[in-house]
Ligand binder design. Structure first.
Ligand code: MHO
Length: 184
């Protein structure tokens, strides 16, 4: 995809299982790449099994590289909050643990401000029953996940998790925000 490299920005989102978050963002127009991994913890080069112990401090996250001339950060945030529940502490559905916490690792002040702004709006709207618990913190670290986690949804569409958890989420977001997605 043609882009002006100087303009590419990066953000890291944790919104539960990274198979889901990767699947949501990888076909968004203006998103250059989406990479699942681990971030925000203390263990260096953790494996999936390490992170699954829930003692590394890492969250399952995705690194998103995007072209802000093609997609605004606010739009990325709107998709983020539309595709996970930001009010359940350390939990997304049946996935429970600090690795599933809702978290934004920003890489510039604009992202930080936009995140707080939208969180205030969501809280004011009472869209959710409880307050948003999403952490908004500066980027600290990121370790790419193992190869088999990359493009997991595309490679494992028939698995139970993909069918029951990811598919309905994608259907909903593709319908609600159809103009934001690449269709082929
Ligand atoms: N409950 C799912 C979560 C996968 S995710 C990459 C599983 O254990 O398979 O954490």
């Amino acid at each position: 995809m043609k882009t002006n490299n100087n303009e590419i920005k990066t953000v890291y989102f944790g919104g539960g299982c990274f198979w889901c978050t990767e699947a949501v963002f990888k076909d968004v127009k203006g998103v250059i790449s989406v990479t699942p991994g681990y971030g925000g913890g203390v263990t260096e080069y953790p494996s999936y099994d390490d992170v699954s112990e829930d003692t590394t401090g890492h969250a399952e996250v995705i690194r998103i590289r995007y072209d802000p001339e093609l997609i605004s950060f606010r739009t990325l945030l709107i998709l983020f909050f539309a595709t996970h529940n930001p009010t359940t502490l350390n939990r997304q559905g049946s996935d429970i643990g600090t690795r599933y916490r809702s978290i934004i690792f920003y890489t510039n002040i604009h992202q930080k401000e936009e995140a707080y702004k939208l969180i205030d709006e969501i809280n004011d709207s009472e869209e959710f029953e409880g307050p948003v618990v999403t952490e908004v913190v500066p980027f600290v670290n990121f370790y790419e996940a193992e190869g088999y986690h990359k493009n997991y949804f595309a490679k494992n569409q028939r698995s139970m998790y993909c069918q029951v958890i990811i598919n309905p989420k994608l259907d909903k977001v593709h319908k609600e925000f159809s103009s934001l997605f690449i269709t082929n």
